[in-house]
Ligand binder design. Structure first.
Ligand code: G4P
Length: 282
């Protein structure tokens, strides 16, 4: 696959900003995609976490393979993380995240009070790669907020905390982190999640990669969505394009099949979940 573009400058800036914010929080809520919980988890957080507790939340669980998701949650728990999966489209699931933070920090908050400190709200930072659901999470909670907190020492205006419950505050802007694209497999999976601007992607290569993967792991989804089945041993690519174009009634351009439109339709189905539940990692 052609090399995906990479911007080390952005990475360095994101890292600096994040390290600064981490100092002010009790817990980091790390959002990763349930469809690719390894590729979408940024290893840089290990370096900037400053020993703060971390809750790994696998988002968009409604779009992922349930079995795989369960295994990934257990995997992260086995590494010592707090971990859970959620569907952020369901507001009632938000309480599970907040309650988990409360549980993790119960002892710390209690100790502070025993040492004579005033009871205070838990402060959390939400981080994740683009499109993982950070704004969905923060905006939904912010719209229910109890009150906007005043400035805290060291917290700049651009980094305000919002109180989302009596005992719980969030930074109002999420931390955007890019994963390392060094491994081709990771770059590919991130592209499959729809987190990268499509204009910079080698979409035809990705189409072929995605088709191969689905044919091996989720042939039923291809069958259900496009009445498509094919044999990877054969010369399948052109016939797959033709088939989808026909099934989805894609207009020809000057008598030729519109391959770009086939790719666009296919990835829309992937990104918005209409293809069905699937995971890119096992
Ligand atoms: P970001 O801030 O991390 O970049 O992500 P954002 O919240 O903007 O979420 C990206 C898209 O993912 C949004 O869809 C959002 O609704 C959707 N989304 C977030 N969490 C979930 C989830 O758990 N399940 C599902 N199915 N979708 C989720 P959008 O089409 O861009 O916007 P909208 O029209 O839904 O508002």
């Amino acid at each position: 696959m052609a090399q995906l573009q990479w911007f080390p400058g952005h990475m360095a800036k994101a890292r600096r900003e994040m390290s600064e914010r981490v100092k002010w929080v009790d817990i980091i809520i790390e959002l990763v995609y349930a469809r690719a919980p390894y590729s979408s988890k940024n290893p840089m957080i290990d370096e900037i976490a400053n020993n703060k507790p971390r809750l790994v939340v696998l988002t968009k669980s409604d779009m992922a393979d349930e079995e795989r998701t369960k295994e990934w949650v257990e995997y992260y728990q086995s590494l010592g993380y707090e971990a859970m999966d959620v569907n952020l489209k369901r507001f009632k699931e938000y309480n599970r995240i907040i309650n988990q933070c409360r549980r993790v920090l119960k002892d710390k908050m209690l100790k502070e009070q025993q040492r004579g400190m005033k009871p205070r709200a838990i402060r959390a930072l939400v981080v994740g790669i683009p499109n993982v659901g950070k704004s969905t999470f923060i905006n939904a909670l912010a719209s229910k907020k109890v009150a906007v907190t005043g400035n805290k020492p060291g917290v700049t205006k651009a980094q305000q905390l919002i109180r989302v419950a009596k005992d719980f505050e969030l930074f109002d802007t999420p931390g955007v982190l890019w994963p390392k694209f060094e491994e081709e497999r990771i770059a590919r999976n991130i592209a499959f999640l729809g987190s990268i601007k499509q204009t910079i992607l080698p979409l035809d290569d990705l189409f072929i990669e995605a088709m191969k993967y689905l044919n091996v792991h989720y042939p039923k989804l291809l069958e259900d969505r496009y009445q498509l089945s094919f044999d990877l041993e054969s010369d399948w690519i052109l016939s797959v394009f033709e088939h989808i174009a026909k099934v989805r009634a894609i207009k020809k351009i000057r008598g030729e099949t519109d391959y770009d439109r086939v790719i666009e339709i296919f990835f829309n189905d992937i990104f918005d979940g209409s293809i069905g539940r699937l995971s890119w990692e096992d």
